[in-house]
Design a protein around this ligand. Sequence first.
Ligand code: PMV
Length: 342
Amino acid sequence: MGTIKAAVAPSKISVKQWVDRVLDDAKFNVPAAKASAYAPSNIALSKYWGKREASFNLPVTGSVSISLAGHGTHTKLCVIDGPKHQVTLNGKGLDERDSFVIKLSQWLDRVLPNNLKLGVTTVNTVPTAAGLASSASGFAALTLATNNLMGWNLPQHQLSALARLGSGSASRSLWHGFVKWHAGQLPDGSDSVAHPLEQQWPNLRVGLLTVSSHTKAVSSREGMARTIATSKLYKQWPQQAQDDLATIEAAIAMGDFETMAKTAEHNAMSMHATMAAAWPPLVYWQPESLAQMQKVWQLRAQGLPLYLTMDAGPNLKLLFEAKHQADVVSAFETVEIITPFS
Ligand code: PMV
């Protein structure tokens, strides 16, 4: 397995200049009156944890994910008269000071001509900010809907890079199935884009165990920055993340569920260990998360091939195959089953 490359030089251009270069004349296209798009949420099997550059959201390592089919974000856009973008989330109008509105407006202001303001209606079919990656599907759906509204006709890799500017994991949410996000090497992140893997695993199941759907106290952005700055355990992370990514990609290609799922769980536990070793300590788990994790390990010790992964939140995502669905449902009453390749 390769070694991690040294940090790249800082970009010579700003994010705004990069966006203007990518959009070129299309930035000033006449917008349609309205447009919409859907993007699935995704769960990383080998995680993105740590930025090598913050303004472009460039990751320290690559990552690979599985998209969650019908669990994601529906976004509708329309052109409005007014000084500010107006955002509705799950039927509720949001205040302009809301952190989601601020992030979303910043993204829109970078890609739209001055003075063009939008009404954004977003419906999430996953709990917002509960570690179920709703920012990933949110920025992916926003990117696709804006591409439709403005008639940009951009190639997929450029849409992936634009979505990344909103949220790193959004770069992977433009597609269904397995998706790989390349770390890239260029200072402006032009090569830090995702692409879908061709393998289809119709028997793969993901189980969502929601422990809490409250907004997390520490965002992923802040959590990554704190971990890099203060966690001595983080030093080993980039090499492990790169090795795990290669192992998981090979397992996906070979149809090897056990290796894929085992490596995904080990990767998630290692990421959480780097967080726990940060200062102040960063622990997204709740007592109930740990209880559910122990239940998974107990069932596995009894012979059930069941694995888990967790992101920056208290909820568990179970990985298993269709033939064990009945056992998983009977062990976890509240589990929500997702068929990623439905
Ligand atoms: O895209 P962000 O900034 O929400 O960060 C996502 C971080 C993790 O969910 C923990 C890992 C990942 O690869 O999705």
